[in-house]
Design a protein around this ligand. Structure first.
Ligand code: ATP
Ligand code: MG
Ligand code: MG
Length: 549
């Protein structure tokens, strides 16, 4: 079997292993903040972290980065776990930064003892002003030289809830002139009287990301801590804290985040779409969330393949959402079960087929695999639904479908020839009349006739009526996040509901999570909110790329 080539982070891991670093251990982590649902960008990070572990016999921790009590919720925790497992990955340990709050507090006390942290009473504005600019050094606030004893006491009082939100912060004492702004005495702790979804009212102070993150990595003895490029300037602080605290030396590596065109990806914006009712929910099939993609009909394999294809880069780039669509088409072409469905129906009457007669035809589920994965029965009768666009009164030369005098094959059934049609008062065609050739049945055709076109159909008396939802891209702009208001470019036609489509009766047995190719129409899947009384199918993707550029 051909080995896939290593991405640049895997090269680093391989080198570390060859040099015997970390006792040959590889431990990565995926650290979501439980303040929203996971999106396709997170999938890139998940695939990277878990596939490194898989490849090098290591493990991956799932760590909820829950240091921000106000925006976090258990609903998000549960959805995150479900989504990672659905993608096909299993973490070694489920961990929470909040479980380290006592330890993190001790680390902060240790820094104070070393004279490397101080309590600052300045306002946020004063602190920001005192940091200077990239070209000018900062100025110390009046609190920078507090004694260790005073700092210890004040920090304890902060913890005990003596001060209101914003009254004081704990800062590292590093270097107010450092060219790297992140080293100009960064904040380590802030006061926040808020209820935390796991620790309740125990804490009145919460660690800042930069303090919690690297320290949590070290507590877990993470060997390779992988994050996105924005964190490059945070790395010196990451290393400084680990160094001063003399804790496990986890190392941070950065890769470029996934940016997809025609898509917004920040959780804040996605939350806004949900809260403002611009989409139905986090798992609306138009959302780039894992749960939305799942409901839309994306498979775990298609998302993993997408992440594999885009690779891992050191520079920001924009990926064409067409590639994601290509990946699901490629997967569904191999796995989807074929079925017939008529979305915009017109009646076809087989006038020489006996009234009241019916026969059962057979179609294999999946012609792409040997054995076809079994088959289903397709009832045929005198009256059928066909797609309105498959009939033309004045058909042009190369129209290989139905029109006066034209013949086609009905998929899995017979060759039929059109001899008449019926119009209503408005001139709209309401029925197409054909004769069938009894000796042209698929699989036992002795008619000797060759026809160029094959169309799909559903037997009128046997058809199930279903709702079909046709989705398109949610945004019309290539880069909606760059606009002043990303909501301005929402595609008004991103959802088209067809309340009555007709499908072959076997689709009453459709299974959640399975892809179906509605022959000639696209890939569909059962919606999670579908019921046996009211079947609903979501279009995952069209058969071909029909997006007008
Ligand atoms: P958002 O900006 O969408 O809220 P976030 O980075 O704040 O994302 P986290 O929950 O902190 O969300 O992310 C968990 C992990 O997923 C982090 O390691 C982060 O780097 C990674 N991640 C988030 N967005 C992307 C993306 N677009 N591409 C790749 N990795 C991402
Ligand atoms: Mg984050
Ligand atoms: Mg965020």
């Amino acid at each position: 079997e051909e080995e896939k080539s290593l991405n640049f982070i895997e090269e680093i891991v391989a080198k570390d292993l060859s040099e015997g670093k970390n006792d040959g251990r590889v431990l990565t982590r995926f650290p979501p903040e439980p303040n929203g649902y996971l999106h396709i960008g997170h999938a890139k990070s998940i695939c990277l972290n878990f596939s490194i572990a898989n490849r090098f016999d290591g493990q991956t921790n799932l760590r909820f980065d829950d240091t921000n009590p106000v925006t976090e919720d258990v609903e998000y925790v549960n959805s995150i776990k479900q989504d990672i497992q659905w993608l096909g990955f299993q973490w070694a340990n489920e961990l929470y930064t909040s479980d380290y709050f006592d330890q993190l507090y001790e680390f902060a006390v240790e820094l104070i003892r070393q004279g490397l942290a101080y309590v600052d009473d300045s306002t946020a504005e004063e602190i920001a002003a005192g940091k200077g600019t990239p070209t000018e050094p900062g100025v110390p606030t009046p609190y920078r030289d507090r004694s260790v004893e005073e700092n210890l006491q004040l920090f304890q009082e902060m913890r005990d809830g003596v001060y209101p939100d914003g009254a004081k912060v704990l800062r590292a004492k590093i270097d107010l002139a450092n060219p790297n702004m992140h080293l100009r005495d960064p904040l380590l702790y802030r006061i926040k009287h808020a209820n935390h979804h796991r620790t309740g009212d125990k804490w009145k102070i919460y660690p800042m990301y930069d303090f919690a993150h690297g320290q949590s990595d070290a507590i877990e003895k993470i060997t390779h801590s992988i994050c996105t490029l924005e964190f490059i300037p945070h790395r010196p602080l990451y290393d400084w804290l680990i160094n001063k605290l003399e804790i496990f030396p986890s190392k941070q590596y950065e890769f470029s985040r996934l940016n997809l065109n025609y898509t917004v990806m920040s959780k804040r914006k996605l939350l806004q779409l949900v809260n403002e009712g611009l989409v139905e929910s986090w798992d609306d099939p138009r959302m780039p969330t894992i749960s939305g993609l799942r409901r839309r009909g994306y498979t775990p394999a298609s998302i993993r393949n997408f992440c594999e294809r885009i690779g891992v880069q050191k520079r920001e780039n924009m990926i064409d959402v067409g590639l994601l669509e290509f990946c699901i088409r490629e997967d569904l072409n191999k796995t989807a079960w074929r079925r017939m469905a008529v979305i915009d129906p017109i009646k076809l009457v087989v006038t020489n087929y006996p009234e009241g007669k019916e026969e059962i035809l057979v179609g294999e589920n999946n012609p792409e695999v040997e054995g076809g994965e079994g088959s289903r029965e397709i009832p045929f009768s005198r009256e059928l639904w066909i797609e309105r666009e498959d009939f033309m009164e004045d058909a042009p030369k190369k129209f290989f479908r139905l029109g006066p005098g034209l013949s086609v094959r009905l998929k899995h059934a017979y060759i039929v020839e059109c001899h008449d049609f019926v119009k209503d008062e408005s001139g709209k065609v309401t029925e197409v009349h054909v004769n069938y050739l009894p000796n042209s049945k698929s699989g036992e055709d002795t008619s000797g006739l060759k026809v160029k076109g094959t169309i799909h159909w559903v037997s009128v008396p046997h058809a199930k009526t279903v709702e079909v939802r046709l989705y398109d891209r949610l945004f019309q702009d290539e880069n909606p996040a760059a606009a002043e208001d990303f909501r301005a470019s929402i595609n008004p036609e991103s959802l088209q509901i067809v309340e009555q489509a007709y499908v072959e009766p076997d689709l009453a047995n459709a299974e959640l999570g399975r892809g179906y190719q509605f022959i000639r129409m696209g890939y569909y899947t059962l919606d999670t909110k579908s019921t046996p009384e009211h079947l609903v199918f979501n279009r995952t993707v069209t058969l071909r790329d029909s997006w007008a550029k």
